[in-house]
Design a protein around this ligand. Structure first.
Ligand SMILES: Cc1cc2nc3c(=O)[nH]c(=O)nc-3n(C[C@H](O)[C@H](O)[C@H](O)COP(=O)(O)OP(=O)(O)OC[C@H]3O[C@@H](n4cnc5c(N)ncnc54)[C@H](O)[C@@H]3O)c2cc1C
Length: 529
């Protein structure tokens, strides 16, 4: 995961890649991992940072999708539950069990949810996740002391998984790299090259750091552009019909004092018919989410006033202390790439949750799905790519590939615990602790954000391809998502450390702080009142 080495590999390569993946979100990185572990030569390019799109902005649940049960979509739920179990087995330090409470108004509702969740347990099989059970009102108060007793007469507790989306993504990327994949961020796919028959045989790239234009030859191109996959399709066919409908989901983040305890709350139907989650995350609670149609996807979406109002007002109904906008420490917004009906005769809907299509020129496009199911999505996508491009490769191996440096080999130690446990709770903790032991200056707290330390910048720069202040504060650590104002205060010190690691000057540092401060405005509460 060193950017210069990746660029050298790209420029020195004399023969075609087997696969070029466009997009470094969950779908693209899982695809690169799947392809590399089958022995294919794979290059992944991401126009911004890994996870800059939807994949860092999820609700952070590894789940079967309880709400699909009501729709009777048992196959979809069973498949997602299988992936939930597998992900926890492959990355036990990054995915953990989380109990959820569903508040019920009466005994009949409690029975209804209890039956449904017993079916959920049954579909999950021996998953290792906790089993559902009904909970009296006083049990619920014990689990969630700030849940207003007027809002329920007991309910049902069930279990799903919680994870840190971006940390998992980085570990998937490192695992892919360790199996030979070449991954590079800040590299945009700007065009596709075709041979005389109109078949894609190359990708034009622009290095967003140096401005250099590059061309790579390849046997197959996979479009994993998430909400931007329509734009990637237009590189292939300028008149391609849009296939996605974009909708955004907003989360607000509050101090844990608003919702202490280790149990999450799910309201399956709010007063206006939506779903609401309140989820403990580090020393905060994340409340989401909305589902607001938007015209087109942007990389840094902004929450709308009415979305914030909905989340605050509904939280106020359920919590003993009503939160106000001043209490919100961060607001993050993600774009859902919803797949419209796909009528192309060459499209195979390999699952009802995601779709894969192959254009006449050979561009393989994967759309939809969710974080929980990316491993299976990637398997389907690489199978399809091998068949359509006639590649020589083995069968999928990702069911048994542990994600980089899993727990058991690396237990959390000084580094993880002193570095604000959980925020930078890395499976690499032992190596990080060794680095700090050799250079105690790396244990220094960051100015403006004392819970973070110098090593929390140095490590991601050296081993996780962090290139900017935003990469460090938003996606290698999660400070921007937890406390936007604190992240802004830390930006100057983080920029200085980055500059010394990357050999940049003072004007680069100033530009970095300005760029980060501008992005962080989207996460601050000050624009809403
Ligand atoms: C609000 C919300 C909450 C969610 N919560 C959950 C949850 O709790 N659990 C769950 O399982 N799923 C959840 N999901 C779904 C999940 O987050 C998404 O399915 C998943 O992150 C999509 O990943 P992706 O890689 O397809 O897209 P993205 O993460 O958006 O990645 C696409 C990438 O492609 C890059 N790209 C685009 N064009 C180019 C180009 N020309 N060159 C190079 N790169 C390019 C973009 O920069 C982007 O980084 C949620 C989604 C939303 C919106």
């Amino acid at each position: 995961m060193k950017r210069k080495e990746a660029i050298d590999r790209i420029t020195n390569r004399q023969h075609p890649w087997d696969i070029v993946v466009i997009g470094g979100g969950a779908t693209g990185v899982a695809t690169a991992l799947d392809a590399a572990t089958r022995g294919l030569d794979v290059l992944l390019v991401e126009q911004s940072d890994f996870g800059k799109g939807t994949s860092s902005r999820s609700t952070k649940l590894v789940h079967g999708g309880v709400r699909y049960l009501e729709q009777g979509n048992l196959t979809l739920v069973r498949d997602a539950l299988r992936e939930r179990t597998m992900l926890r087995r492959l990355a036990p330090m990054l995915v953990h069990d989380l109990p959820f409470f569903i508040p019920c108004k009466n005994a009949w509702q409690r029975f209804y949810f209890w039956i449904g969740l017993k079916l959920y347990d049954l579909l999950a099989g021996s998953s290792g996740f906790g089993k559902s059970h009904s909970a009296t009102a006083s049990m619920a108060t014990g689990l969630m002391p700030t849940l207003r007793p007027q809002m329920h007469r007991g309910g049902v507790v069930y279990h799903d998984g919680q994870f840190d989306d971006c940390r998992l993504l980085i570990h998937m990327a490192r695992t892919a790299a360790s199996h030979g994949a070449c991954l590079v961020n800040y590299m945009t796919a700007t065009g596709l090259q075709k041979d005389s028959r109109g078949v894609i045989q190359g990708v034009e790239l622009q290095d967003r750091e140096s401005g250099a234009n590059l061309t790579v030859q390849t046997r197959c191109v996979i479009n994993a552009g998430g909400p931007f996959s329509d734009a990637v399709m237009r590189l292939d066919d300028a008149s391609a019909e849009p296939r996605l409908a974009a909708s955004q989901g907003v989360h607000i983040v509050l101090p844990r004092s608003f919702f202490p305890g280790e149990t999450a709350l799910i309201v399956p139907r709010t007063s206006d018919g939506r779903v609401l989650f309140m989820i403990p995350w580090h020393d905060r609670v994340v409340i989401g989410t909305t589902d607001t149609p938007i015209g087109h996807a942007v990389l840094e979406p902004t929450a709308q006033q009415q979305e914030i109002d909905f989340l605050l007002n509904t939280s106020a109904e359920y919590l003993t202390r009503a939160p106000s906008i001043q209490d919100v420490t961060s607001i993050f917004t993600g774009v859902r790439p919803l797949v419209k009906n796909d009528r192309s005769s060459r499209t195979a809907s390999l699952s009802r949750d995601h779709s894969i299509s192959v254009s006449d020129s050979g561009l393989v496009t994967i759309r939809g799905g969710k974080w929980t199911t990316v491993r299976k999505m990637a398997e389907d996508c690489v199978d399809r790519s091998i068949a359509s491009a006639g590649l020589q490769a083995g069968s999928c191996r990702t069911q048994s590939i542990s994600l980089h440096a899993i727990a058991g080999t690396h237990q959390p130690s000084v580094a993880a615990s002193s570095s604000k446990a959980g925020v930078f709770n890395s499976p690499d903790a032992v190596e990080i602790a060794n680095m700090v032991a050799q250079n105690p200056l790396w244990n220094r707290p960051i100015t403006g954000l004392p819970a973070m330390r110098v090593i929390d910048v140095v490590w991601p720069v050296r081993y996780e391809m962090a290139r900017t202040v935003e990469d460090v504060l938003a996606r290698r650590t999660r400070w921007l998502f937890l406390d936007a104002a604190a992240a802004i205060r830390a930006a100057g010190d983080v920029a200085a450390i980055l500059a010394s690691e990357l050999d940049r000057d003072e004007s680069w540092q100033r530009q970095q702080v300005a760029a980060f401060t501008s992005v962080a405005q989207h996460y601050l509460n000050t624009q809403y009142n």
